[in-house]
Design a protein around this ligand. Structure first.
Ligand code: UD1
Length: 342
């Protein structure tokens, strides 16, 4: 059997670049497509260096542009597609919902529409634990009821899951897997690819590393009066390389005909909660640095606590989070230092 080609939309970004590396290392051909709206070529070049593959096809295009998507599928024989191309800033989505609904929904519908026409639509959608909202029971399993989204961004994740599910039910050529990510953090051990936030980071770990390097003055820990052991929020921080490997398992499951249902959902997390304070302390300890931090008021829209039950991914995908948190936090710091030229 020849090598199969996997399309990675949004493949030049943080998650997409790590997934591209793991797919190539697992023996797949990858087509990376990105409109570069939220990244530059740093990570794509890093992917080429890590894999030693200089000829990875790269298409600069927007998935909202239907003719461009049609051309892409005409130019490559795509066996499976992983869709990352989407906006992801929660706060921005509240201020400009149409930007999010238009980009995140149209791009996904276009890729699905065109992939269907090929007669083999194997679609992996990057969803988020945000679809669970503030869960009534912890840890969350895949059947835990979804809640109304807290933001237009979160709503686009929920709607795309529904679009995929409805398409699977209606069209025999469509198979779908939604991976619900918890909090992806860290960087590749080579420090050649990682997270590249534009402007002030919204997410915790980039804010921590930028504070440690001196780009930001002080980390604000949002809320220390939550009903949790230390008063700060609880999250399931999942290593980016571990998370990337889950995609390889999911693609293999699809392409090797191992799916039990034509639409499957998996939680991609460690299964262990860490508090924001735990993470800050672990970062300081793992890297031998002192972080300037202070408590600040709660951030609007934050859930108190969420972590995954990842048993289904363990059993069905044969996937498990493996990298110890110290290593993940060392990789995040190594990446930040590399960006700073240190
Ligand atoms: C958010 C999104 C999630 C998305 C993820 C991407 C929601 C509700 N959350 O998750 O959908 O997939 O980003 O990574 O839609 N914190 C601080 N100080 C900071 C930054 C964060 O204390 O400067 C705290 C937050 O209050 C939170 C925790 O750190 O308790 C994690 O925050 P963050 O990294 O932004 O991720 P989430 O909000 O969990």
């Amino acid at each position: 059997m020849g090598r199969k080609t996997v399309l990675v939309s949004g493949g030049a970004g943080f998650i997409g670049s790590h997934v591209t590396v793991e797919l190539i290392e697992a023996g797949y051909d990858v087509v990376v497509a990105d409109n570069m709206s939220n990244c530059d070529l740093t990570c794509f070049n890093g992917v080429k260096e890590i894999t030693g593959k200089k000829d990875i096809p790269f298409v600069e295009m927007d998935f909202c542009d239907l003719p461009a998507v049609e051309k892409l599928f005409a130019d490559f024989d795509i066996a499976a597609a992983i869709h990352f191309a989407g906006f992801k800033a929660v706060g921005e989505s509240v201020g400009d919902p149409m930007k999010y609904y238009h980009n995140n929904l149209v791009s996904f519908m276009n890729i699905l529409t065109v992939a269907r026409r090929t007669g083999k639509c194997n679609m992996l959608f990057s969803s988020s634990a945000t679809v669970y909202g503030e869960p009534d029971q912890l840890p969350v399993i895949e059947e835990t009821p979804r809640k109304d989204a807290e933001s237009p961004y979160g709503n686009t994740k929920r709607i795309c899951e529904d679009i995929l599910h409805d398409c699977v039910k209606a069209y025999p050529e469509v198979k779908g897997i939604a991976l619900r990510y918890f909090n992806p953090i860290g960087a590749h051990p080579s420090a050649l690819i990682g997270e590249l936030p534009r402007g002030v980071p919204n997410n915790l770990v980039p804010y921590i590393t930028q504070t440690a390097i001196g780009k930001r003055e002080c980390l604000s820990i949002f809320g220390n009066d939550y009903p949790t052991p230390d008063g700060t929020c609880l999250r399931d921080f999942i290593d980016i390389v571990d998370l990337a490997k889950a995609h390889v398992c999911a693609v293999e499951r699809m392409l090797k005909g191992k799916m039990k249902k034509d639409y499957e959902i998996y939680n991609i997390g460690t299964g262990h909660p860490l508090s924001v304070m735990d993470l800050v302390t672990a970062f300081e300890k793992a890297n031998g640095v002192k972080l300037n931090w202070k408590y600040a008021p709660r951030r609007v829209g934050d859930v108190v606590a969420i972590w995954a039950d990842a048993d289904l991914a363990n059993q069905e995908l044969g996937w498990k989070a493996e990298r110890p948190i110290e290593e993940t936090l060392r990789s995040a710091w190594a990446w930040e230092k590399r960006l700073a030229g240190k």
